[in-house]
Design a protein around this ligand. Sequence first.
Ligand SMILES: [Ca+2]
Ligand SMILES: [Ca+2]
Length: 148
Amino acid sequence: MVYVSAPGSDEPSVPPAQLMVKQFDTNGDGLVQRDEVKSDAFLTEHFGYIDASGDGAVDLQEYNYVRNAGASGYGLTAIRIGGAGDRTATNVAYMVKTGGIVTVLDPVTGEILKTGRIEKAIEEYFSSPVAAGGKLFFVSESGKVGVV
Ligand SMILES: [Ca+2]
Ligand SMILES: [Ca+2]
């Protein structure tokens, strides 16, 4: 199993599309082009995928799709990837979060079996832990690897 946990929010983290267009649409065509968002770090950084059609302009539908995707519950998803033999003894879930805090869970009940911290880990973690050779590897946002 691969377990993926995701943060969420009850509210979208960016303003409604109409406000975005009102603020940035300087040429008045009802769309927002890349050069119109130069003053906004978020829109500049994310413009490429927000413009899903790739036509160089963000319309209300494209913006709202991304905006609404940002509002979802916190969650943990399990993905079965195979395995063989009796896996009862190894049937636990590992999760890591900011600061390298590792939690070991019973994947059926959600009971916390153990918590700990990766040594010298103070960064964000977005990747799933990887098991190999009897060890667990945790890769931080900057690419530092913690081994447990
Ligand atoms: Ca425009
Ligand atoms: Ca577009």
